[in-house]
Design a protein around this ligand. Sequence first.
Ligand SMILES: [Ca+2]
Ligand SMILES: [Ca+2]
Length: 156
Amino acid sequence: MQNTSGRAWCLGMLCLLGLCLVGRGQTTITLSSTTYLSGETETINAPLTITTASQSSVIVNPGAKITFSAGLSVTLNPGFHALSGSVFRASVDSDHDGIPDAWEVAHQLNPNDGTDATLTDSNGRTYLLSYQLGVEPGHASISNPSQTQLNVHVPN
Ligand SMILES: [Ca+2]
Ligand SMILES: [Ca+2]
């Protein structure tokens, strides 16, 4: 989810869709007006921050699956709309190990240690894989980590 080629693919797709990314290749990604269509799946990672341009219109339509992950913050200004029926996740991943801070804290990992994602649980599965599969470490049951990883700041 955080590899370079995946990020390049995301940026390439955004350009194909006619979107404007300010700060491309830098530590901050600013999204201008765009619409994510039904069936579209997108993951955007930034080393530090992801934000929407002030008063931009960013719409996530029903059926779209969009994930924003940044090392410091994700800030969505007025004009951002994740419509009912879409899957939108925004999270802070301080150590860039692929696991959001909130999930790490909830599972006794260190959100500032990028090596713990590769540790294995009692099933021999890495914590990163457990997170990606949406299962609890050491268990086969399905959990819902998306409910604990939302970290979105919406300015007044
Ligand atoms: Ca992490
Ligand atoms: Ca970690």
